[in-house]
Design a protein around this ligand. Sequence first.
Ligand SMILES: Nc1nc2c(ncn2[C@@H]2O[C@H](COP(=O)(O)OP(=O)(O)OP(=O)(O)O)[C@@H](O)[C@H]2O)c(=O)[nH]1
Ligand SMILES: [Mg+2]
Length: 440
Amino acid sequence: MSTIAAISTPAGKGALAVVRLSGPESRNIAERHTKPLEDHRAIYSLFRDGNEVTDEVIVTLYEAPRSYTGEQMVEIACHGSTYVQQKILQVLIADGARLAEAGEFTRRAFLNGRLDLSQAEAVADLIDSTNAAASRLALSQLRGGYARKLKELREELVELTSLMELELDFSQEDVEFADRGKLHELAATIERESGRLTESFRLGNALKNGLPVAIVGKPNVGKSTLLNALLGDDRAIVSDIPGTTRDTVEDSTVIGGFQVRFVDTAGLRRSDDAIESQGIERSLRAAERAEVILYVVDAEEEESAVKQELAELAGKVPLEGRSVIVVRNKADKGASSYSEGHLVSAKRGDGLEELKRTIIENVAQQEIPDVALTNLRHYEALTKLHGAIEHVIEGLDSEVSADLVVIDLRDALFHIGSITGEVTSDEVLSSIFTRFCIGK
Ligand SMILES: Nc1nc2c(ncn2[C@@H]2O[C@H](COP(=O)(O)OP(=O)(O)OP(=O)(O)O)[C@@H](O)[C@H]2O)c(=O)[nH]1
Ligand SMILES: [Mg+2]
């Protein structure tokens, strides 16, 4: 195994920087330039390159396996000038260390069993997190709450599979080992738990990647003006020509501690223009993907007209499970007697604070769970697992022969193994670890 080195702090100048080494030669390479090191001790030392002193540093040795990667590691905290950082790194590389690839430290931690794959991914999420909720979820995933849940699920699956296989082995002798009632119960538990996890993805995803909010409505009602006002930024083009926005425009902001991802869309109308029609198609798809739909109308519009528009929308986009908020814009010009929805003036900024509060109301009211699915790869695997276990239950119900049921169970086991990394191809591993920056 080679010894790798990298600067683990952000690129550029800082008060301090950390250069890390991992691999069997870490200590030897470092000690050529510093005082003798002691395990798990921070040692003050000069860092020398031959006779020349490069910097005063604090060096910590971590003997295997008690280190982040599970290998022998050395961390050198130096002063953060770009010259000093680079110089130390160069000296270590001249001595036989190799420059680490992106995510290689964490990849080694995974390969040495220090982290499972879902925890390694949580490290990347934690580094990426920009709000309190996302960081809390990533930390909980890293600390293993989620891994424990998966392990339980896996154990239940293994138990069920082995019971079924036992039955298979003795099928000639006409004995039933586990009664079908018990098998059924176990399968139902797995189905319930995997279902609960996949359901947690909606909230988990909203917390991590931002709550998706689509702004839709007829042309010229002020959707783009509303987007800009909510973002506090001139993001989308506004004009009094209906049909200004042709493509979806996306940007996010933080509201009350939650990341919110707004998508402004092309105004909904019948159009003969091919490009505009495509834009409208995209609007509908954005609405489908959103958790919250802001349906914008003119404040002067009458109740019956608004109701009709909402009915049309419901005909094109399945609305159950999403909240639809009617936003009555241009209140500065006057308003009809219709009393529902939010009266705002995107242009003047009236009513926006209340609207923002309503947008995050749903997420804000939900308790942030300790275990929630935030990762699309896991979501897909768990959805497949859930499908397989539903098959198993059907099989048990209809007294299908045990060997067919076992095939579905093996399938389910494969999917859960792909999340934690027990059965994962090199390709998947590479795509996961290249998300990291060098030095992680
Ligand atoms: N008086 C008033 N005018 C507004 C308000 N909001 C938007 N407008 C005006 O309405 C016109 C259309 O605004 P846009 O934001 O481009 O409307 P849109 O819904 O994005 O239109 P499309 O992209 O064509 O679908 C512009 O002239 C805006 O200045 C408002 O609150 N009050
Ligand atoms: Mg627009």
